[in-house]
Design a protein around this ligand. Structure first.
Ligand SMILES: Cc1ncc(COP(=O)(O)O)c(C=O)c1O
Ligand SMILES: Nc1c(O)cccc1C(=O)C[C@H](N)C(=O)O
Length: 397
């Protein structure tokens, strides 16, 4: 059984802060600061360019991908790190459309993170020729899959409501109708055990700076199912995805497997931070993580519903339909979140009315949730959010 008190001690958590936003930007593992410092001085500083070989920098995107593979139920050798998630969404989409050339429809849902939709629209515009993005309500995705769909592009856990799609059912239906599947695991990887191979997923993408704590701007990952790994053609065919980058051929020849989805130079310092975080993740029993996450969520839901009747639960009550975050709605959600932040309870607001908190057992425990509930109850019962300074929107919410 994982000792979560021990994992909590491995993070830098500012005194007096209850950080319920590890679902958006994970906190700093103490070891990550040390690992980055070591990479800067002992590798970049002392080895300079020889570190690409001596410190095996060049292999890091695949090596780190393998460590994430365990958390997402992927086969070893089929996950690679690099770029931002938006870029990885674009790459996966472009490959899928090319692999299913008689279809023109990308199917997604209105709960998807806008960047995914923007990337799809941009790709359709570039391709022209009738390619379109179709979005339906999240509950209607399954029924909307038909013989016109080339690929489904679904974020498994809705960034606002925390509603979780049924990956197995959607993937099975997509395959029955001849469509490919792309799963965005931004709000899944590190939130609970994902089962990509068992669900027969085709492609998946996700980020490392949320539950996986790689720090702001940490690289994304992409998964390509083994059956597609040597046929999917990378649209962003950069030299690092070439079979022999240092042959400097004038013609592009993709590397074997997921490695072909590399584009350019890997972000070594961010990968060093991620490796330190993954040392913590390596010891985590994912079943224990899920059990604890659900217990914390249930504690929070019960406490808030009992003390704050004006807040409406936006997250499904059914455990199977949830990720690791809980959202409540209130028309003054922005001001309420600012009042919470002023009292040291950090979550975030998502327009138009969502008060979102993430439950991350690696560093949040029942005592933290209890304190957060008491603070939110005080804010709501005494209208402490009703101050002009809490109503002015900041650039980043
Ligand atoms: C579901 C989802 N997709 C895409 C993104 C965009 O990621 P990035 O900024 O790394 O491109 C995010 C978060 O910002 C996200 O939550
Ligand atoms: N990536 C972010 C950023 O660069 C700044 C602020 C927030 C983010 C986020 O990750 C937002 C996040 N995807 C969300 O679910 O809202």
């Amino acid at each position: 059984m994982t000792d979560f008190a021990a994992t909590k001690a491995q993070f830098h958590l500012p005194q007096g802060m209850i950080y319920l936003d590890g679902n958006s930007l994970g906190p700093l593992p103490h070891a990550a600061a040390a690992r980055v410092a070591q990479t800067v001085t002992a590798e970049w500083g002392d080895m300079l360019i020889t570190a690409w070989n001596k410190a095996a920098w060049m292999d890091k995107p695949m090596r780190v991908g393998d460590r994430i593979a365990r958390l997402i139920g992927a086969e070893a050798g089929h996950v690679v790190m690099g770029d931002t998630l938006s870029i990885k969404v674009y790459q996966a989409l472009a490959s899928c459309l090319e692999m299913n050339p008689t279809r023109k429809v990308i199917l997604s849902d209105t709960g998807n993170f806008p960047s995914d939709l923007y990337m799809a629209e941009g790709l359709c515009r570039t391709l022209g020729n009738g390619y379109t993005l179709k979005t339906v309500a999240p509950e209607d995705v399954l029924d909307a899959i038909d013989g016109t769909v080339a690929v489904t592009m679904i974020t498994e856990v809705d960034y606002r409501t925390g509603r979780r799609h049924n990956m197995a059912a959607i993937t099975a239906r997509a395959h029955q109708h001849g469509a490919l599947t792309i799963w965005d695991l931004a709000h899944s990887a590190g939130a609970f055990q994902v089962e990509l191979a068992k669900c027969n997923a085709d492609f998946a993408v996700g980020c490392s700076y949320k539950y996986l704590n790689s720090g702001p701007g940490g690289p994304a990952f992409i998964y390509v199912a083994p059956r597609h790994a040597d046929t999917a053609r990378p649209a962003l065919s950069g030299w690092q995805g070439h079979a022999a980058p240092f042959a400097f051929d004038l013609d592009y020849r993709p590397a074997t497997g997921a490695e072909r989805m590399r584009v350019g130079t890997p972000p070594i310092l961010q990968l060093a931070a991620l490796e330190a975080s993954l040392d913590i993740w390596d010891g985590i029993d994912m079943a224990a993580l899920r059990k604890t996450s659900l217990a914390l969520q249930d504690q929070y839901i019960a406490g808030i519903e009992a003390a704050c009747p004006s807040l409406t639960l936006a997250t499904p009550r059914n455990h199977a339909e949830r990720g690791s975050q809980v959202s409540f709605r209130h028309p003054e959600g922005y001001a309420i979140m600012q009042a919470m932040i002023a009292r040291g309870v950090i979550g975030d607001f998502r327009a138009p009315d969502i008060i979102r908190c993430g439950f991350t057992p690696l560093f949040i425990d029942a005592a933290d949730v209890d304190k957060a509930i008491k603070i939110i109850a005080d804010i709501m019962q005494n209208n402490l959010w009703d101050r002009s300074e809490y109503k002015t929107r900041a650039k980043v919410t």
